[in-house]
Design a protein around this ligand. Sequence first.
Ligand SMILES: Cc1cc2nc3c(=O)[nH]c(=O)nc-3n(C[C@H](O)[C@H](O)[C@H](O)COP(=O)(O)OP(=O)(O)OC[C@H]3O[C@@H](n4cnc5c(N)ncnc54)[C@H](O)[C@@H]3O)c2cc1C
Length: 414
Amino acid sequence: MDKTFDQCVIGAGIIGLAIAYSLTRAGQAVLVIDGEGMAEGASGGNAGAIAFADVEPLASISTLLKSPRWLADPLGPLSLPLSHASRMLPWMVRFARACLPDAHAASTKAQAALLMLAKAETEVFFDQAGLAHHLRREGALYLYAGRRAFDAAAGLWRLRAAHGVAFEPVTGPRLAELQSGLGSAYTHAMYVPDWLMVSDPYDITKALGDRAVAEGATFRKARATRLVPQEAGVTIALEDGTSVAARQAIVAAGAWSAALTRQLGDAIPLEGERGYNTTLPPGAFDLRRQLVLAADGYVITPLASGIRVGGAAEFAGLTRAADFRRSAAMLRKSRRVLPGLATEGGRAWMGIRPSLPDTLPVIGRAPASSRVLYAFGHGHLGLTQSVATAQIVRALTLGRQPPIDIHPYRADRF
Ligand SMILES: Cc1cc2nc3c(=O)[nH]c(=O)nc-3n(C[C@H](O)[C@H](O)[C@H](O)COP(=O)(O)OP(=O)(O)OC[C@H]3O[C@@H](n4cnc5c(N)ncnc54)[C@H](O)[C@@H]3O)c2cc1C
């Protein structure tokens, strides 16, 4: 393959493929490479929510306050194995700094801007790609175990209201109408109608990649090992000893992106934040919409492939073996939420979120070279922010003004 492409997108997750589709539609000759295949990373097995309401960054005082309780439970929502803790220290210090009031207000504003762009563009994008049938509009239910837990979340809902998020407090018959069969502890909920779901994250990501190829993009299963920028373009060295050339390279390699940016001289504090889930057979429960158990850090989701139960955050790097006791623990807890849930016959999965300490992604030109663009670090919201990210990258590539101010997402902010 000695053709020179306009764009080489490294990583075929939802971020890389949304960019690849968008640039192909803009008339660019696009090559997408991925060492594993399309949708094989975090994008293939996540919870499938396009969560426009999630304006509050994870780096917040409320997360800090919950952390000791979460960490105390060995199979709880947050885990940091001792062997990884010292390596994580600089990241944790940055996370703590991002929780301070001014920093938190700035990242809330930047996260909300990305989500508002996502809200404006996502349906149009998937519609144009012929993939609107993968979107579902049942909204989500944030569940609370009692009035006190519901009241304790009031500040978060005020913040969301201030950013234009619509929601409805529900209890009693209205709650039962939105979801029957809830456990008796779950008496209060917040219903968020403007919350898109995808039928299945693997299906929509793979279908988007196939659409990009149908529009003219080239896909190659290959792992990039090094980027060598030159004056007129960039050479991408591959693991098999060959290389490809493009006018511009876009690093969208999710949690693995830092290995490539480091070689260019950009040290970005990207951590792998591992999440777990179990997908039960479709008949496991008559689930009407996504249930969010915010206090316990997991969700229960109806997908075309079944009922998916999972979430949690384990900071254990990129290579450690998965600990599926975590997915089993969330499945056990979900029996309290849905006592009738049939928990047999599930398939466990672990995926690695690309997480930055201030909860914002990196989107923009690499400080080290104008021939390289970065688009990674979307943490818990990669599916949600994929279309917005693609719109920004498209504008930068075509020399246009990005649709929102991208200063907060710059690579050299750390
Ligand atoms: C349990 C869980 C639930 C989640 N739920 C949601 C949700 O409901 N909504 C939401 O918006 N987000 C959710 N997320 C987050 C979301 O999945 C991620 O933010 C998103 O998938 C990141 O997309 P990506 O394309 O950057 O990374 P990935 O999908 O991980 O893709 C990166 C790709 O790059 C490839 N790659 C890496 N290095 C190289 C290299 N050197 N050369 C070539 N290829 C390379 C990998 O093989 C991989 O395919 C969830 C995550 C988890 C773990």
